[in-house]
Design a protein around this ligand. Structure first.
Ligand code: CMP
Length: 138
């Protein structure tokens, strides 16, 4: 099915100037960008985004990191984009992210892993609403 997902270049990816490469990968695959913004997330937004990790010991660090500088939040649309974009991102653990994937090409640590992508239809809808409350172009 045609879906929308929320993808975000994290502060480490913005600092390393890989937004262009990441956008290019999704464009080449045939997905369409429907929304994008460069912003420093507020703590409130970051805590809501990562609410499912609120009880984890690394939650504070995670929120500190994601609010430490600009992130590039995007909405992408296409056939099966939620699952396919996660395959393109690669696994969270650096020892499991294959070369050729975004994390496999750029990331060597668990926390500074360049990109976030929604993991299900429910999280995609929730995250798009959270990051783009003003809505997106149709
Ligand atoms: P992501 O899957 O985008 O969302 C949750 C993030 O938590 C995950 O990426 C990692 O960057 C981060 N994370 C997971 N486990 C740890 C950990 N043990 N220490 C620090 N960060 C972590």
């Amino acid at each position: 099915a045609i879906e929308k997902t929320f993808l975000m270049v994290k502060p480490d990816g913005v600092e390393r100037q890989v937004i262009g490469d990441i956008v290019d990968r999704f464009e080449r695959r045939g997905f369409v960008m429907r929304g994008a913004k460069l912003m420093v997330p507020t703590r409130d937004l970051a805590e809501k985004h990562y609410a499912e990790h609120a009880e984890r010991p690394f939650f504070g660090e995670l929120v500190d990191f994601i609010t430490s500088g600009p992130v590039f939040g995007m909405v992408w649309e296409g056939e099966n984009v939620i699952q396919l974009s996660r395959i393109m991102m690669g696994a969270t653990k650096p020892e499991e992210s294959a070369p050729g994937t975004i994390r496999g090409d750029y990331a060597v640590t668990l926390s500074h892993n360049v990109i976030h992508g929604s993991d299900s239809l429910a999280s995609a809808e929730r995250e798009i609403g959270l990051w783009f409350p003003e809505g997106i172009a149709e």
